[in-house]
Ligand binder design. Sequence first.
Ligand code: LMR
Length: 328
Amino acid sequence: SLFTLGKASLLATVLGFSFGAVAEPVEIKFSHVVAENTPKGQMALKFKELVESRLPGEYKVSVFPNSQLFGDNNELAALLLNDVQLVAPSLSKFERYTKKLQVFDLPFLFEDMDAVDRFQQSEAGQQLLNSMSRKGLVGLGYLHNGMKQFSANNALSLPGDAAGKKFRIMPSDVIAAQFEAVGAIPVKKPFSEVFTLLQTRAIDGQENTWSNIYSKKFYEVQTHITESNHGVLDYMLVTSETFWKSLPKDKREIIKQSMDEAVALGNKLALEKANEDRQLILDSKRVELVTLTPEQRQAWVNAMRPVWSQFEDKIGKDLIEAAESANK
Ligand code: LMR
C-alpha cells in the first residue's frame, strides 16, 4: 500500500542519512619514495588538496613520502594487495611487470623533455599505460621529473672514467647494461639507501635528476656531477584494477581530473626544478660540475648506444622507433 511504501522510503531516508552521517571517508593512500620538495612530492600534495576539496568528507588522500610507508622493493606488491591505492614509481621500476617500459631507459634516446613528452602523449606512449593490465595494474598517466646526470667521486669526462666503479641503479636491466657498456659495476638498490651507500663509499656513484640529487643531498657525498642528460627519469601513476573499479564512475572521474591537474603542476615544477636545483647545487660549492665537450659526449653515446640493439627484442623495435621519432 501507499502507506507502507511511504514508511519504507522514510526508513530508507533516515537510514541513508544516518549512514551518510557516520560513514568514514574512503581513504586513498598515496605512497612515494622522494622528498616533498620535488615534482612528485608536490604533485601528490596537490592531488590531496584537489580531491579533498572536491569530495569533502567522502574521500581522503593520505600521502606518505620518503619511502615512509612502502619503498622501491614493495610498493607495487602493496598496491596489488590494496595496502596502498596510488603509487608513482619511476618508469625504470616496472621490470617485473612489463619489459616495454624499459624503452624509457635506453641511453641517449630522447633529446630533451619535450621529446619525452611527445612520446608519452603519442598513441604508442598512451598504449603503454595499459601494458600491465594483465597484472592488475592500471596506468593513469605520466609525470615528469627530468633528465638524469651522473655523479661520482671522480670526474666522469670520458666513458673510461667510469670503468671499475660501482654505481647504484634503479632495478632495470637496461640501466645495468648501460653501465656495463662502460666497464662499470651496476648495483640495484632502493632509493632510500642511496645516500648512505654514497656516504659510506660502499658505492662510487649514481645517476639521477637534479631535483633528486638536491633534495636527498647526494651532492654532499659526491665530488663530481657530470651534466650528461643521458637518459630520462619519469614516472607512471598507477593504481590497481581492483581499487579503480571499486570507485563509482562519477567519483572516479573527479579523482582522475584532480590527478591530471596535479600532474600539470608537477610537470611545471619538474621543468623549473631542473634549473633551480641544479643552481642550488652549484651555489653550494660542495661538488664540481663536469661539462662535456661535444666530442666527450659523443664518446659516451658511442659506448652506450649498443644497449639499444641488446634490448630490441624485449622492448620491441617498433616501440624504440616510435620513441626515437619523438625527437624533432
Ligand atoms: C630513484 O630511485 O632514483 C628514483 O626513481 C626516485 C624517484 O622516485 O624519483
